[in-house]
Design a protein. Structure first.
Length: 186
């Protein structure tokens, strides 16, 4: 079900799952930040258990605010994750990687492995626990490792872009949360 965080005042009432894809929220940050009713609507729904997967720009949107490059101002965003995102001059963790779920959480099974790619010029600093351990082999055959994947309630936010049909187990686990949520409302 389509809605616009730029133009609509709140999310649709009958959602069973919210996917906030990647993108460049900094391009639209003024309008995203001004839409206070949408920010409140998303925050409230997620705190009340609506399952959500937010990747890259979606992760940034779920923090308390985004600090754009060269500005002292932090633009308000959803505020689910306690902390902020910051634009950087250079790419962070660029390229293909493999995600390993290593910590217990309400969304994904420990041991799940997921292929992804990252492409972003930002960092997040939030309080929520990280459940991802990522690993990639660099062009000079070095192994690079880092953490990501923030969880709160039934929400998972991460930088990695995941192709769902190349990671069916990941998709099935997300949809299982949606079905559980729908049943809890009935």
């Amino acid at each position: 079900m389509y809605f616009s965080p730029l133009q609509d005042s709140e999310i649709p009432e009958d959602l069973d799952f919210l996917y906030i894809g990647g993108g460049y929220p900094e391009v639209f940050i003024e309008d995203l930040s001004k839409n206070k009713t949408m920010l409140k609507s998303i925050n409230s729904a997620l705190l009340n258990g609506l399952p959500c997967y937010a990747e890259c720009g979606g992760l940034m949107y779920l923090t308390e605010g985004i600090k754009t490059f060269g500005e002292e101002k932090i633009h308000d965003t959803v505020g689910l994750f306690k902390g902020y995102s910051y634009l950087t001059k250079s790419l962070q963790n660029f390229g293909y990687a493999r995600i390993h779920i290593e910590k217990e959480n309400p969304i994904l099974k420990v041991g799940t492995a997921i292929n992804c790619h990252e492409f972003h010029k930002s960092k997040v600093q939030v309080e929520e626990p990280q459940i991802y351990k990522l690993e990639k082999t660099t062009y000079d055959n070095e192994i690079k490792k880092w953490n990501c994947g923030y969880v709160k309630e039934n929400t998972l936010g991460a930088y990695g872009h995941v192709h769902f049909f190349n990671n069916i187990d990941f998709l099935e686990q997300l949809m299982k949360k949606a079905v559980e949520y729908k049943k809890s409302k009935d």
